[in-house]
Write a protein that binds this ligand. Structure first.
Ligand code: FES
Length: 162
């Protein structure tokens, strides 16, 4: 962390005027020895850890979008309310993409474990869809050169038909 930013951190246990924090703004500080961020959302002030759980991106450099905080590095999305135990359901279908020089890989859904992989198309020709399935249900699909198929897969997953 840059020295200037380190110096800016305040001890959040000492308190400060919420009026100094604009709606949607955040302040970086510390609670005990932990880096933390306070985010104002209307009349509420929400607290989150300051580092992303992925590769420790500095969330203080991220964006507040509605009730979420987006990591500046790879765009992980943190629900500010759920971190405080509101337990609100997040049911949007995950959709990621990554660019590898001239090859873009889209990934729709989420599969931590699967019992079958189906490949439609040709990997070497960079024209394919790889479906990760479990119990006959499609959990995620990675595609190359098949943007429309990715969007159609997302729509099917959103409708709960996969
Ligand atoms: S470090 Fe935050 S998404 Fe990767």
């Amino acid at each position: 962390m840059a020295e200037a930013e380190e110096a800016k951190k305040r001890d959040l246990r000492e308190g400060f005027s919420v009026r100094d924090l604009a709606d949607g703004a955040m302040v970086l500080g510390q609670i005990a020895d932990e880096d933390a961020i306070l985010v104002r959302r209307g009349d509420e002030v929400l607290a989150v850890g300051a580092n992303c759980t992925h590769y420790h991106g500095m969330l203080s450099h991220g964006l507040v979008v509605g009730d979420t905080l987006r990591c500046p590095l790879h765009h992980a999305c943190f629900s500010l309310r759920n971190i405080l135990g509101h337990r609100e359901r997040f049911d949007a279908v995950p959709f990621f993409w990554s660019q590898h020089y001239d090859v873009a890989i889209n990934y729709v859904g989420h599969a931590e474990r699967w019992d079958a992989i189906e490949i439609d198309g040709n990997l070497e020709a960079r024209d394919c869809a790889v479906s990760y399935k479990r119990g006959g249900r499609t959990l995620a699909v990675a595609t190359i050169s098949r943007d429309l198929q990715s969007l159609q897969t997302e729509a099917v997953m959103e409708a709960g038909k996969s």
